[in-house]
Design a protein around this ligand. Structure first.
Ligand SMILES: Nc1ncnc2c1ncn2[C@@H]1O[C@H](COP(=O)(O)OP(=O)(O)O)[C@@H](O)[C@H]1O
Ligand SMILES: [Mg+2]
Length: 255
């Protein structure tokens, strides 16, 4: 069993090349049980690539990762079972009802047949979906679809959550709801404290949810520190972000 304070996510020298492009370069970090870490970086920094590797969706070119004590190479199934993953673009089954979809996900996540209905009920309730459980996913608002995304990530009650830009494309009220939901899902329940890594380039999101920041730029880790330390003496995350990342000038002029 995992002891309190033991590390639950460990990246060990992860690198990923796509042909000539080095998307992730020798990234290492350790995340302890119950920590909520904001994974920051500009577009193209390598956040999604790193998360796909941590969740076993894609092998690294070099290095490895340990999830809840399981190496992604030597124990891939055990490692994947411990992770709930909300990908950047979740392939939702638009014609399915919320309940049917979550039951299907529970099945492919190896939740035992008898445990599926209670697991789905719990995920529906925790994600505020009980009222829309019989609705077809395609008829839900974006905010509710994102709730379904979070529900599929937690349906097998994993100790680790990997959330890739969970509020991207939502309107301000939906952003507020989803942030609150993430805060709820990550608060200790029944003595069970989830460990979370959440990517974003929205700095207030980090300040609202996270205790620690890992920043990557051009595939390299450049910052890894508690939020409190980074914002001490009135310093802002924005200054840090500007200092530690490279900007595409053309993009800045555009936006
Ligand atoms: N499947 C892929 N094939 C080739 N290049 C990719 C692929 N996925 C991502 N990249 C490139 O790798 C870099 C990192 O991308 P990504 O991990 O998506 O960054 P982020 O999530 O931080 O925006 C970018 O330059 C991106 O264009
Ligand atoms: Mg990304």
């Amino acid at each position: 069993m995992l002891r309190r304070g033991s590390r639950v996510i460990e990246a060990r020298g992860i690198s990923k090349r796509y042909g000539d492009l080095v998307a992730v370069a020798d990234v290492s970090f350790k995340i302890g049980k119950g920590e909520i870490v904001g994974f920051l970086g500009p577009n193209g920094a390598g956040k999604t690539t790193t998360m796909r590797i941590l969740t076993g969706f894609m092998p690294p070119t070099d290095g490895t990762a340990i999830i809840a004590g399981h190496d992604i190479f030597s124990e891939p199934l055990a490692a994947r079972r411990c992770v709930g993953y909300l990908p950047e673009q979740l392939p939702l089954y638009l014609e399915m009802t919320v309940t049917a979809y979550l039951t299907y996900v529970a099945k492919i996540k190896d939740v035992a047949r008898r445990a599926r209905a209670p697991a789905v009920d719990r995920a529906l309730e925790r994600c505020g979906l009980t009222e829309v459980r019989s609705r077809v996913i395609g008829n839900l608002s974006r905010g509710f679809r994102q709730r379904v995304g979070l529900a599929q990530a937690i349906v097998h009650d994993p100790p680790v959550l990997v959330l890739d830009e969970p509020t991207l494309g939502l309107d301000p009220l939906q952003v507020r709801d989803i942030r609150q939901l993430i805060a709820d899902l990550t608060s200790p329940q029944d003595g069970n404290q989830r460990t979370v890594i959440l990517s974003t380039h929205i700095l207030p999101e980090v300040e609202a949810i996270c205790q620690r920041v890992i920043l990557i730029n051009e595939g390299r880790k450049t910052v890894d520190a508690p939020l409190e330390e980074l914002t001490r003496d009135g310093r802002s995350l924005e200054e840090l972000f500007a200092r530690e990342t490279t900007h595409d000038v053309a993009e800045e002029v555009e936006s």
